[in-house]
Each structure stands twice: as structure tokens, then as C-alpha cells.
Design a protein around this ligand. Structure first.
Ligand code: AMP
Ligand code: MG
Length: 521
């Protein structure tokens, strides 16, 4: 019996493989991947699956079946497949880190369904040649975070990798959560991730670093053939169009992040998808109080390189590294530089448009940039919840601006601070907003409707994920399931779930997992 999937592998059939078959850690040269088999879990059990993804990839077997569990837990490898780990490098926190690779991700297969193809990857299924000093495993805590967040992002309209399933392996995994010398055993888990492709910027960088232009060209041509076929046959001009499209897609992704308040946390080049998908959900976080300087990643707390406000700029930095990597195939630095410059111009325009949509401005006005910059200033005067603020702003009436501060008051974490100079600045901003709204053609109700399509009501607040983790750790998956379902309709009113439209509770302010996260996963 098989899962009756339409298996159609291309990556491991068309690109050069590492000739060594042993699962030993090593430097891999002139290859795009190494074969690697998932480790056998000692007692696998299914925690959750995504019905949408089951349908999307065409799983015909019941997801509750033993067969499904065997595949997504790594217990069984389908006979006609050749699992592998990808070879990639990366710039980590601004520095070239050399070979990284899939240290704990194993690609099972590619499947075709309804004219689309999908790669299936197990995260946490054991060692690979790229595991370096680590164990190749993942824990329930980080797996729930990836599982819930990637599906939530999809429903928010943010380009992302998806999650098919979440399983427990039955094995224990040792982790020192805050890297402070307090390791503890946690439950081992595996997420089966799904994406059209898991190729990252770093896949190209590693080959460029090896000065292996032959394999580099093979990978670029392969990527264009399967993921960017509309760009045409390989040529310098096609490669330039490819780079431009990667730049545009990455820009669209990061503008969505800014729109919903998602902070990735580890925007290293090995964590940037060539398809402009959000990938590798690690110490990410959701902005609660609007703070452009916030990062959830304690590993980055000294420099805050990947703080919320710099994400669009970091994408450009990463694109620059990608441009360097593919340069040997193009040898026209000026055009690559032009594309990078265009990114900068376009991202500013896109950011302004996105912010305008969040405050319900649809007409054009030369002062909009200033108005929105001033909003970002007032939002940071006193802790203000981003999600709640923008959702409540939709209820502000054009002809009743004097009530505006009351309408949005529930978004302040410390309402007692809204007095004196802070209150004056808020009132001044609302006054300008009122004048600007006079230039809008839409009525209040129409404006509110449009705003509610871009300002989510429900996001995976950091403490919500942590609560789901704490209960799941005790074997109770009700909250995990509840959040999974609520987050499928993030823009809709869900009166039964109103309690999740609330500010972060005080107990979560400085709690590990809620406001502080590390790369330990
Ligand atoms: P990250 O920046 O967390 O996405 O990971 C950086 C690199 O570390 C990648 O090559 C990962 O595959 C690898 N890595 C992270 N965690 C583990 C682990 N537990 N075992 C092996 N490799 C890992
Ligand atoms: Mg990664």
C-alpha cells in the first residue's frame, strides 16, 4: 500500500549529488545535496495535521492511518523515493558562516497534485552530513511554534512554507533553552513542512564560495526551469530577470511581515527562500507593543540586527549577497546594482502603500509619508498594542475625531501614561488624520471594511503559542487545535474567541517563550 501520492522528484534527480553515502558530518563539495535517511522514531504519534495541506498535496490515505504516521514521522521511506539533505551556506548575523545545510531537515520527495508540485520535508528527523555539532532533532516546543505559525501566516495572506503534520517521536531531546547551563529533556517532535521548493539564498552562496560555476549554473537553471519557468531559457538576461523577481517577491514578503507585525528573528541568508516565502520559524515573534526596535531573539539582543524596523533593509542586504553569488553567471555588476537600488525605491513605495491601507487611506496626498511617520512616532510614545490599535482604528468616525482616543484606548498597555505631552501628541495626530480623511471618497463603513481586510484581528501572539505548548506538553492538544482553527480566519470577527483579541497579559511580559526566545529548538 502506498500513500498514493504522485511522486515526481526533480531536485535529487537533476542536480549533482554528494557521492558519499554515509551519514557522516563533512564538508560537501560540488554538490547540491547529500542522501540522508530519516532516523527511526521510537514511538511515533500524531499530534495534528492540516486538512488543507492534506488536500493541497493530494494525500489519499486517511491522515489518521498508520501509513500516514509512518511517512511523516520518518518511520518509513517510500520505496520509490531517495530522501536527501540540501547543501547550503549562509551569512549569519552579517558574517559568512561557510557550509550550513539541512542539519535537521530531510527532504522526502516531491509530489504533484492539481498541476502544482510540492516538496515534503521532515524537520527534526535526525542527523545529516550537515548536522555539524548538533543532533538533527527538534522538540515539541519549537515544532508547535513552526506548525501553528506557518499555517497562520498562510491564512493571513503572507507567502510562507506550509505545515502538513506535527508528530511526537517518542524520543527525548536535551535542550538548554536559554543557553544558561540548564539543559533539560523535552519531547522530540517532527513537523512535515511543505513548499514548492526549499531552496534558499544560501544554496547559491555555497557554490559561489566554492567557485564552482558549473554546479552554480546547474542550480540556477534548475530553479528557473521549475520555479520561474515564465522567465524563459537560461541566458544572462534570464538570470537578471530571475534576480529581479526574487527581489520583488522578497520585498512583497517583508512588506507583509511589517503589515501583520511579524518579526522573523533570524534573517540570515540561509533562512531566506528563493521563492520569497517565509521560512524557518525559529525565535520569531509577533509585535505586541509597536516598537520598531523590538526583536524576540535573545541571541540577537546586543545588536538587534533583525529588529522589526530593519527587516526590509535586511532583505536588501541579503539580496546583495545573492547578487554576489550569482554574479559569475552574469558578470554585469551594474545591472545587478540597479536592481538592488530599485529594491530600495520600491520597498519605500510599497511600505507607504501598505501603511496607508492600514489606516484606511486610499487617495493620494503628498503629506501621507509624514502623516504615517508621525503615527509611528506616537505609537511608540507609550506601549501600544499594534494589532488592537489598527483594528480599533477602523471604528474611528470621520466626523467624531474627538472620540478617537477613546475608541483606541484599549490598545494602550499603560493607559495612565496617556496624559500631558503624550496625550497632546496623540490628539494632534488625530487632528491631522481627520483632515486627511476629508480627502477620502469612502464612507466610514467602507473604509472600516477595507481596513479590516489588512489589519488582522487574531494573530499568534507569543504567549498564545506558549500556552498551547504548555498544554500540549502535558498531552492536551485542545488549545493547539483551537488556535489552529481561529487563525484560519484572522480577519473575521469570531465572537466566541474574543478573548484572544486582547493585549498580552502581564504574566507574559518577561516570560521565556513569550517575550524572550532563543535559537534553541
Ligand atoms: P537556523 O539559523 O536556526 O535556521 O539554523 C542554522 C543551521 O543550523 C542550519 O544549517 C540548520 O540545519 C542547523 N541546525 C539547527 N538546529 C539543528 C539541530 N538541532 N541539529 C542539526 N543542525 C541544526
Ligand atoms: Mg535555518
Amino acid at each position: 500500500m502506498s500513500l498514493k501520492l504522485q511522486i515526481k522528484d526533480t531536485f535529487n534527480k537533476e542536480l549533482p549529488a554528494d557521492p558519499i553515502l554515509e551519514n557522516t558530518r563533512r564538508k560537501v563539495l560540488n554538490a547540491c545535496f547529500s542522501y540522508a535517511s530519516p532516523r527511526k522514531p521510537s514511538n511515533p504519534s500524531l499530534v495534528h495535521f492540516s486538512p488543507e495541506m492534506i488536500e493541497t498535496i493530494g494525500v489519499l490515505e486517511a491522515p489518521e492511518s498508520q501509513k500516514f504516521l509512518d511517512i511523516v514521522s520518518g518511520n518509513e521511506v517510500l520505496p520509490n523515493t531517495m530522501p536527501y539533505a540540501m547543501c547550503y551556506g549562509g551569512h549569519q548575523f552579517g558574517h559568512w558562516a561557510g557550509q550550513l545545510g539541512d542539519g535537521r531537515a530531510i527532504n522526502l520527495m516531491e509530489v504533484e497534485h492539481n498541476g502544482k508540485s510540492w516538496a515534503l520535508q521532515l524537520k527534526g528527523a535526525g542527523e545529516t552530513p550537515y548536522s555539524r555539532t548538533a543532533d538533527g532533532l527538534a522538540v515539541l516546543r519549537s515544532s508547535i511554534r513552526e506548525y501553528l505559525c506557518s499555517e497562520a501566516m498562510f491564512h493571513l495572506g503572507v507567502p510562507t512554507t506550509r505545515a502538513l503534520s506535527l508528530v511526537l517521536t517518542g524520543d527525548e531531546v536535551l535542550r538548554d533553552v536559554m543557553y544558561d547551563g540548564n539543559p533539560a529533556h523535552e519531547k522530540g517532535a517532527i513537523v512535515c513542512r511543505v513548499a514548492p521548493s526549499f531552496i534558499r539564498f544560501g544554496n547559491f552562496e555555497i557554490l559561489a564560495a566554492q567557485e564552482d560555476n558549473v554546479t552554480l549554473k546547474a542550480l540556477v537553471d534548475y530553479t528557473i526551469k521549475y520555479q520561474f519557468p515564465h522567465l524563459g531559457k537560461p541566458s544572462k538576461s534570464t538570470y537578471l530577470k530571475f534576480f529581479k523577481e526574487v527581489a520583488v517577491r522578497s520585498m512583497e514578503m517583508v512588506i507583509h511581515w511589517q503589515r501583520v507585525g511579524f518579526v522573523h528573528g533570524v534573517m540570515n541568508t540561509d533562512n531566506l527562500s528563493i521563492l520569497g516565502l517565509t521560512i524557518d520559524y525559529g525565535p520569531y515573534g509577533w509585535l505586541e507593543d509597536y516598537d520598531l526596535g523590538w526583536t524576540p531573539n535573545t541571541t540577537d539582543s546586543a545588536n538587534k540586527r533583525y529588529r522589526f524596523g530593519t527587516q526590509p533593509e535586511i532583505v536588501q542586504w541579503n539580496l546583495f549577497k545573492l547578487a554576489n553569488a550569482i554574479y559569475p553567471l552574469i558578470e554585469e555588476a551594474a545591472i545587478l546594482q540597479d536592481i538592488l537600488r530599485e529594491y530600495q525605491e520600491e520597498v519605500e513605495v510599497a511600505y507607504l502603500e501598505m501603511m496607508k491601507s492600514k489606516v484606511g487611506l486610499f487617495e493620494t496626498d503628498t503629506d501621507d509619508k509624514t502623516l504615517l511617520a508621525e503615527l509611528e512616532t506616537v505609537l511608540q510614545l507609550s506601549e501600544t498594542d499594534m494589532t488592537i490599535f489598527f483594528r480599533l482604528l477602523a471604528q474611528v468616525k470621520r466626523d467624531a475625531i474627538s472620540d478617537a482616543l477613546e475608541v483606541i484606548r484599549a490598545s494602550f498597555y499603560k493607559p495612565e501614561e496617556i496624559k500631558g505631552g503624550i496625550e497632546t501628541q496623540w490628539l494632534a495626530w488625530f487632528k491631522k488624520y481627520e483632515q486627511r480623511l476629508q480627502k477620502e471618497k469612502k464612507r466610514d463603513s467602507e473604509r472600516a471594511e477595507q481596513m479590516n481586510l489588512v489589519n488582522p484581528k487574531y494573530v499568534l501572539r507569543n504567549y498564545m503559542a506558549q500556552m498551547a505548548i504548555d498544554t500540549a506538553d502535558k498531552g492536551d492538544y485542545d488549545l493547539l487545535n483551537e488556535l489552529f482553527n481561529i487563525l484560519k480566519k484572522p480577519y473575521e470577527e469570531q465572537p466566541d474567541h474574543e478573548k484572544w483579541f486582547a493585549k498580552r497579559p502581564e504574566w507574559a511580559r518577561n516570560k521565556v517563550g513569550c517575550s524572550m526566545l532563543s535559537c534553541s529548538s
